[in-house]
Design a protein. Structure first.
Length: 203
């Protein structure tokens, strides 16, 4: 009996819409997430009493990726994930490889002169996306995309809840440890940076 090792692994396509909202920046903030996969739809949201809009945008993507492990039909299958966001900060810093470079450089930018903002969330996003094939797509906010609009509604509702928890990562920021990169990871980071530099000045 022989085993065919060339049988392709089924790729499960997942679509995640994520958005963040903040009343004041910083201020009370929330995130909203809509996950679409194999006819399933899941909505998630949460908020904090004092945070920033950018943190909620990043956290929405993290929450969406983490939720995949709990959905039916995904066990043992490769996940091709598209995350839709109206945050150019999130999309361009992730797709362009800047977050990977920041981590390699000890969460600094401009040749170590400046500290990167939100390193805890960027580190978490890189970690949870590592086992997926993830790309991000920018969508225009407050436009005609119903899933993005729903995410915005969820985020606003979340930030208006009573007794919101504290965003400890914002109030007491900690610099994550920097893992070592192998040659392949370093080359991928370098290639991505060459492809995208428009938003390099953003933190």
């Amino acid at each position: 009996m022989t085993t065919d090792t060339n049988i392709p692994i089924e790729v499960v396509e997942v679509h995640i819409y994520a958005d963040g909202a903040c009343s004041g920046n910083p201020g009370a903030g929330g995130y909203g997430v809509v996950i679409l996969i194999n006819g399933q739809r899941q909505e998630l949201s949460g908020g904090f009493r004092y945070t920033t809009n950018n943190r909620m945008e990043i956290l929405g993507a993290i929450v969406g990726l983490k939720a995949l492990n709990g959905l039916n039909g995904l066990h043992g299958q490769k996940r091709k994930v598209t995350i839709y966001s109206d945050s150019q900060y999130l999309v361009d810093m992730f797709n362009g490889g800047h977050a990977v470079k920041w981590r390699k450089d000890g969460w600094t930018r401009n040749k170590g002169k400046d500290q990167v903002k939100n390193p805890d969330l960027w580190n978490e996003l890189l970690t949870v996306s590592a086992n997926h094939e993830v790309k991000m797509v920018w969508v225009k906010g407050h436009a005609s995309n119903p899933h993005n609009s729903r995410c915005d509604e969820l985020a606003v509702e979340a930030r208006m809840r009573k007794d919101l928890p504290s965003d400890e990562g914002y109030i007491n920021p900690q610099i994550p440890d920097v893992p070592e990169m192998n040659d392949v990871q370093a080359a991928q980071s370098s290639q991505a940076l060459q492809e995208q530099t428009l938003f390099d000045w953003l933190r």
